[in-house]
Design a protein around this ligand. Structure first.
Ligand code: SAH
Length: 372
């Protein structure tokens, strides 16, 4: 085949098909894409800054790129966000977005403003396979993992809504990210890790790994990788201090019981007294909230740089539990605190718009296997 023909085919291929979304590509992928497109390597770096530092959604604004090059880019590529199917604001300022992806699957993302920070709660899967008994998302049949672009897209979209481009150095409304939305992030680790690497890049969104927390129900074999590859803060959804009860509340415990889970925490890369592992504990009335439970929790945490986060149970229609009384929560917190662990009670946020922990659920269901 002559070189002329090769070029023709190349041009044809580039100009055919739907535009490719560059949002979601990591550094190496963007560099490879630009190389294939025939652009100089430094162009990939300029594009990176436009996409992830300035939040550009249109090639026309990229004034340090030649006009002709911008036009060529616009013919072949796009800079797209997930589609917002609904947006709600709670009386307490919490915002929730229902996002719809190209295949019509939906997830929710939540922004929680506080006086000194703002936290974005990001989803990692459409639905969830874990069926934790107290969690609304667990009642939704798992549909699929989110792609890297769909995960980073949640952060980009929040930044759009908050007007935070270019990435501000100080006074941000989006300072922290928690992977605590729908899904189990350690069941979709590769895409979560790729998205977090983009989020952490200092020439992009520039959110430090110290401000990112990944919450897991306890996928033990993935915990060490999480620490080694992305080094974010770890949160463990513990919720019970015996295997018997945890098997019931968090069925994943049958696969990875408490002793194995706590061992993985003991050796979590990067944890220290300055960087503790958070143990989340949902307060369920008469189920896991006794003083004896609190004392056993303290015993289990021995030797782990830990802090405890007590989460008042957030109700949802048909939930089989009730929230512990304020007195039970306070007594539990006092016991843990007296043993030397911080044990704040997580304030429910956005309950009125079903945006609080464990309340997220979208209408997506798994497609039937066959049309019949
Ligand atoms: N799959 C991950 C990410 C979900 S994070 C995990 O299990 O950690 C959501 C947090 O909210 C978890 O700690 C979860 O156990 C907790 N949660 C779920 N349902 C809840 C509810 N109804 N009320 C309070 N917290 C809940």
């Amino acid at each position: 085949m002559s070189s002329v023909e090769t070029i023709d085919i190349d041009i044809l291929r580039r100009n055919s098909g739907p535009p490719r979304n560059l949002v979601g590509l990591g550094r190496a992928e963007l560099a490879a894409e630009m190389d294939e497109f025939g652009a100089e390597p430094f162009r990939a770096r300029q594009l990176w800054q436009w996409i992830y530092h300035r939040g550009a959604t249109d090639f026309a604004v990229m004034t340090n790129l030649a006009k002709g090059f911008r036009e060529q880019l616009a013919e072949r590529y796009e800079l797209r966000r997930p589609h917002v199917a609904a947006a709600q604001v709670s009386t307490d300022g919490t915002r929730k977005w229902l996002l719809r992806f190209d295949d019509a699957q939906e997830v929710e993302t939540v922004h929680i403003p506080e006086s000194d920070r703002g936290t974005l709660c990001v989803s990692s899967q459409v639905g969830c396979t874990l069926t934790c008994r107290f969690c609304h998302t667990g009642t939704q049949r798992m549909v699929r993992n989110l792609g890297t672009a769909e995960i980073i897209g949640q952060v980009m979209l929040a930044r759009d809504a908050l007007g935070e481009w270019p990435s501000p150095k100080d006074d941000r409304q989006l300072t922290n990210i928690v992977l605590m939305g729908m899904g189990e992030p350690l069941y979709n680790f590769d895409n979560v890790a790729a998205a977090m690497k983009i989020v952490m890049d200092p020439e992009g969104l520039a959110i430090s790994r110290r401000k990112i927390t990944l919450s897991t129900a306890g996928v033990v074999p993935m915990i060490a990788r999480c620490g080694a590859e992305i080094g974010v803060n770890l949160a463990i959804s513990l919720h019970a201090v015996t295997d018997e009860l945890r098997d019931e509340l968090v069925p994943l415990n049958k696969k990875y019981p408490l002793a194995e889970l706590l061992d993985a925490c003991r050796t979590y890369p990067g944890s220290s007294n300055a960087r503790r592992i958070t143990f989340e504990y949902v307060m369920l009335k008469g189920v896991n909230d006794s003083p004896a439970d609190a004392r056993e929790l303290v015993r289990l945490l021995n030797g782990i740089p830990a802090k405890v986060n007590l989460i008042p149970f957030n109700p949802w229609p048909g939930a089989p539990y009730e929230c512990s009384t304020d007195a039970a929560v306070a007594a539990f917190s006092d016991i843990v605190f007296a043993a030397g662990y911080s044990a704040p009670v997580r304030m429910p946020r956005g309950r009125d718009i079903f945006a609080a922990c464990g309340q997220l659920k979208s209408a997506s269901v798994r497609a039937p296997r066959s049309a019949a």
